[in-house]
Design a protein around this ligand. Structure first.
Ligand code: FAD
Length: 500
């Protein structure tokens, strides 16, 4: 039974409106929790924890609330941050948030584009939960919820194995898996979520559930692409793959060659072997136009692909070498170079497109012409290979069309005037880059909402997900995510995607 208190009504109305908390061109939506938390209640929670509890007066509060994409739109002021040391801490935190009606945010790596790892209520911060166990015989990794992608890659690499995770070592492994997960090895081994074997989840009602093919299979299906909606994943097990050295690095070109590089990139990726993946980056700064690549096939095959890349336009610089996969997986993402001091603020916009058309290339080149040195544009996760061979309804992650890609615009700033200028540029670029119909969104890259809400994210899986959400979280307690409004009605959510 749902209690229709005034607060519940407001929360559910906001949930139905999408719960993005931030959308370009929209006013910010947020739930404000007004209930008083007595010192006794806080002390009571603290006494039950193995980890640390942080409130506003704590000297660590500012750093503890901050997430990667930190700006005026994503900033939140949590009442309580629970830095979990154990699964039980997550359970206690969820119970507390329920009792005090606090908006809850689960956090692993804190890399959500919309700052969903923070909230104005209670943060279940898993980042201190770092246990990893590799089973080299079964080729699996079991990891706690706070383990980062780069940490799994490093641990697996010691056994000649690799996980399928994202291309940024700082992204939470559980965060990337729960949203689908696309990385260097997705052409060979599918999405990160295709490699999930089981998970332990603290659900909204305080139960700790195991989800796998036998136990709670509906939840297991839903976790693989829409996972943040269903509870706090405190640990998981995923498949690993044997891997030898790979060819990886960057090839740079002059910014004058941006259009020709984009066109060739499309041809290259349409024909790419499963073992190859690349991202294309455009920045007016010193790095220029560059392709970051990983070829996990033989050295000869990799050399053939490199020859094609070098033939597109004269390379201005090249840093490509044969290396251990873990070394490549630990390289900072192109949007997050290690050689510059961390900026005060970061922003990002991403658009999913089903094809890199000539028209889209024209828009990208035009917006690149208006970009400033603090910005980096690019194309990530050009879809091909094994990830596209899995049926879109096999798991909750539906975006499996070959030739699909994500266009991204990332930017950083320290002073507000620069921030305003960059945000205007990004907003205008987003308007021009978005498709006119059939708009889809990749959950892990969501930066705005369409009129069709979660249906744009989950496509044909939306209706089934709404029912599973109703079963496990009918009050939409977990809503700091690509949110699925719970629907008890079997027909609900079956509406078609907005095609206007
Ligand atoms: C620099 C950079 C590079 C990226 N590269 C890639 C890439 O190559 N491939 C790709 O697919 N994505 C990539 N992403 C996107 C990334 O996968 C998503 O932003 C992901 O959600 C981040 O997970 P996190 O744990 O770091 O973030 P958080 O902000 O901690 O969490 C993100 C969302 O997942 C939820 N969540 C996280 N962990 C849990 C958990 N254990 N239980 C329940 N809910 C949880 C949070 O509540 C939130 O809704 C990248 C992002 C950045 C910033």
């Amino acid at each position: 039974m749902i209690r229709y208190t005034r607060r519940n009504f407001i929360k559910r109305t906001i949930a139905a409106a999408g719960t993005l908390g931030f959308a370009v061109g929209c006013r910010r939506l947020q739930v404000t929790d007004r209930n008083d938390l007595s010192p006794g209640a806080i002390d009571g929670l603290r006494a039950k924890l193995k980890g640390r509890l942080i409130v506003l007066t704590d000297p660590l509060y500012e750093s503890a609330r901050r997430v990667f994409y930190w700006n005026a739109a994503t900033e939140r002021r949590p009442r309580v941050i629970v830095q979990c040391a154990h699964e039980e801490d997550a359970l206690r935190a969820v119970e507390f948030a329920r009792r005090h009606e606090l908006e809850v945010a689960a956090r692993a790596g804190g890399h959500s584009h919309l700052g969903w790892g923070c909230s104005n209520g209670l943060v279940v911060d898993l980042s201190g939960m770092k246990q990893i166990a590799i089973d080299p015989l079964r080729r699996t990794a079991r990891a706690e919820g706070g383990v980062l992608s780069g940490e799994v890659a490093r641990a697996a690499g010691r056994h000649g194995l690799a996980p399928v995770l994202g291309q940024c070592p700082g992204v939470g492994a559980s965060g990337v898996i729960l949203g689908g997960g696309l990385g260097w090895l997705s052409g060979l081994h599918g999405a990160s979520s295709d490699n999930l074997l089981s998970a332990r989840v603290v659900a909204a009602d305080g139960r700790v559930l195991t989800a796998d093919n036998e136990r709670n299979p509906d939840l297991f299906w839903a976790l693989r692409g829409a996972g943040a909606n269903f509870g706090v994943t405190t640990s998981f097990e995923c498949r690993l793959h044997p891997i030898g050295p790979v060819t990886g690095g960057d090839i740079h070109y002059s910014v004058r060659d941006a259009r020709v590089v984009l066109r060739f990139f499309r041809e290259l990726m349409d024909e790419a072997p499963d073992a190859f993946q690349a991202t294309l980056n455009l920045t007016p700064g010193e790095r220029g136009v560059f392709v970051s690549l990983c070829h996990a096939g033989s050295e000869n095959e990799a050399e053939r692909t490199l020859r094609s890349l070098r033939a597109i336009a004269p390379p201005t610089k090249e840093f490509v070498k044969r290396q251990e996969f873990a070394a490549l997986a630990e390289r900072p993402a192109a949007t997050n170079p290690a050689n510059t001091p961390p900026p005060q603020f970061r922003g990002i916009q991403t658009v999913y497109r089903d094809r890199l058309s000539d028209e889209l290339i024209d828009v990208i080149v035009d917006r690149f012409g208006h970009a400033s040195p603090e910005a980096i544009m690019g194309i990530s996760h050009y879809m091909h290979g094994q990830v596209c061979r899995v049926a879109p309804t096999a798991t909750a992650f539906p975006l499996r069309q070959a030739g699909g890609l994500n266009v991204r615009l990332a930017y950083t700033w320290n002073d507000p005037a620069t921030g305003q200028r960059l945000t205007q540029w990004a907003d205008e670029s987003l308007r021009l880059l978005r498709p006119r119909g059939d708009e889809r969104i990749y959950a892990n890259f969501q930066t705005y909402e369409t009129r069709s809400g979660a249906a744009a994210v989950y496509g044909a899986n939306f209706s089934r997900l709404a029912g599973i959400k109703y079963k496990y979280d009918r009050e939409n307690f977990f809503r700091r995510n690509s949110n699925i409004p719970p629907t008890g009605n079997a027909r609900a959510g079956s509406h078609a995607l907005d095609r206007s």
